[in-house]
Ligand binder design. Structure first.
Ligand code: NAD
Length: 487
């Protein structure tokens, strides 16, 4: 029996799973509260278990023959319909996502929700444009086909659920794989709205399933199921290690988009004002952004001037309610996360690192954290080497290009990097020397959905984006037909 819908600002949200085209409840639930006001309980959400995982995978397995037999054009029709429905429901989705994880309402309404629609459109179009590679060799005609791989499990983190759920589900669906989405337990609500829209778009039962619950419980059961043929994960390296073991046991291809500790390098020849402005924007979304340039690396000769500019821009930030258009820094997602972030700063102080600004909770009893800048004692400080995932940046200086590159590459991470320079030669030289999946020069967060996306070292395995994700969700087959033996 479906549970009563929860309401967020009059928008009805099912707290249940969505499996095989039906709402399915669980006997136990977990509580979801709003980071905007921790006294605001949003919902009691179904807490899936091994049985739930089994039901969801069975539904996806049952849907696979029908969905994979459709042509890319037929599947694209469903994805386009879903994208249109997303655009029509932008406000509701934005309000729910804002209440659930505190992303700024204005940016959700203006860009973020629409980007989810674009993810579905992009993959609908790309999948229909695929031209199998064909060539002749050794008396045979070779053709490379994409075969849908089978049910895909998608597991996402709490920091950008709407964007990441759509980014990861769209290529799987377009490639012909039914999906089971397990969103994060700290921000599970927009995934439920997505299931409603999929139903309205007419997706056949079992093609798009959403399972709610705790990672170590229903998440672990999903990734261990031998019938699952692809696992696409975004989250922390710690969880990726567990999921990778499950994938290895079942010999299932697995992509992992993981944490970051990106450098933001500022050379003396750059537009300093633009660089400082961008550096202050690394506090956006309260620093809960995997692609943030959290290590400011600034050339010695301009470091004092840069710091002045950076402080001027950082002073303009407004910590406040994410529904208020003047707010630029939202609260952190959860009291446990606030404690974790503050723990990094306290340990940095104990280590002898210098807190240059911020360094404390903004208001007792609420979840805002001050924009914080720390000058580490040396490059081994924990706050330099580990992802904080909050509004905490470090500040270090360098004397030349070689030292800048060495510092940039001195952590275990390799998701992204940012470089500010006025020289095109240096842009290419330094950009390519940074060991990271994405490097921006004189800009940040500009993304082309067809470009490969992923991390090096502990920031990830594999690449998603564009054709890379469609290939990942397919089994590539080389069909060789002996020439002159068929009509
Ligand atoms: P997390 O790893 O704790 O959780 C992510 C998801 O994995 C959640 O849905 C969780 O329930 C699930 N999970 C946890 N353990 C599991 C297990 N054993 N089996 C199956 N599922 C399990 O990460 P988080 O705290 O939700 O998110 C923050 C992390 O995500 C940060 O490290 C951040 O950098 C990273 N991130 C990376 C990207 C990227 O594109 N590279 C984007 C956003 C966030």
């Amino acid at each position: 029996m479906p549970s009563t819908r929860a309401e967020v600002s009059d928008i009805a949200i099912s707290p249940d799973h969505y499996i095989g085209g039906k709402r399915v409840s669980s006997t136990t639930t977990f509580e979801v509260r709003s980071p905007l006001d921790w006294d605001w309980k949003l919902a009691d959400v179904a807490r899936g278990d091994a049985l739930t995982a089994d039901q969801a995978v069975t539904a996806a397995v049952d849907a696979f023959p029908g969905w994979s037999a459709k042509t890319p054009d037929e599947r694209a029709t469903y994805l386009h319909r879903l994208a249109d429905l997303i655009d029509e429901n932008t406000d509701d989705i934005a309000i729910v996502e804002c209440a659930d994880m505190a992303m700024l309402l204005e940016s959700l309404q203006a860009r973020v929700v629409h980007r989810g629609a674009e993810n579905f459109r992009n993959y609908a179009d790309l999948s229909t444009q695929y031209e199998p590679r064909t060539w002749s060799s050794k008396g045979t005609r070779n053709t490379v086909h994409r075969m849908p791989a089978g049910p895909a499990v998608i597991i996402t983190p709490w920091n950008a659920p709407w964007i990441l759920n759509s980014w990861k589900m769209a290529p799987a669906l377009a490639a012909g794989n039914p999906v089971i989405l397990k969103p994060a337990e700290w921000s599970p609500l927009s995934a439920s709205l997505l299931a409603d829209l999929a139903e309205e778009a007419g997706f056949p039962p079992g093609v798009l399933n959403v399972v709610q619950g705790i990672g170590e419980e229903v998440g672990a059961a999903l990734v261990s199921d031998r019938r699952v043929r692809r696992i696409s994960f975004t989250g922390s390296p710690e969880a990726a290690r567990h999921i990778g073991v499950a994938a290895a046991r079942n010999i299932v291809p697995f992509t992992a988009e993981l944490g970051g500790k990106g450098p933001l390098i500022v050379f003396a020849d750059s537009d300093l004002d633009a660089a400082a402005k961008k550096a202050a924007l690394q506090f956006d979304d309260a620093g809960q952004v995997c692609l943030a340039g959290t290590r400011l690396l600034v050339e010695d000769s301009i470091s004092a001037e840069f710091l002045d500019l950076f402080n001027t821009y950082t002073d303009k930030h407004v910590l406040g309610d994410s529904r208020n258009p003047s707010t630029t820094i939202s609260p952190l997602i959860h009291p446990d996360h606030l404690k974790r972030v503050h723990g990094f700063v306290e340990r940095a102080r104990e280590n002898g690192d210098e807190v240059l600004r911020g360094g404390d909770v903004h208001k007792e009893g609420a979840l805002w954290y001050e924009p914080t800048l720390i000058a580490p004692k040396d490059n081994y400080s924990e706050v330099v080497q580990r992802e904080v995932f909050g509004p905490v940046l470090t500040f270090q200086t360098f004397k030349d290009e070689q030292e800048a590159i060495a510092l940039a590459n001195s952590t275990e991470y390799g998701l992204s990097g940012i470089v500010y320079t006025g020289s095109e030669d240096r842009a290419n030289r330094v950009g390519q020397a940074i060991r990271a999946g994405t490097v921006w020069v004189n800009t940040w967060l500009v993304r082309d959905l067809t470009a490969p996306f992923g991390g090096c070292r502990i920031s990830g395995i594999g690449r998603e984006g564009g054709d890379y994700a469609l290939d990942f969700h397919s089994d590539l087959q080389t069909l060789q037909i002996s020439e002159g033996t068929t009509d």
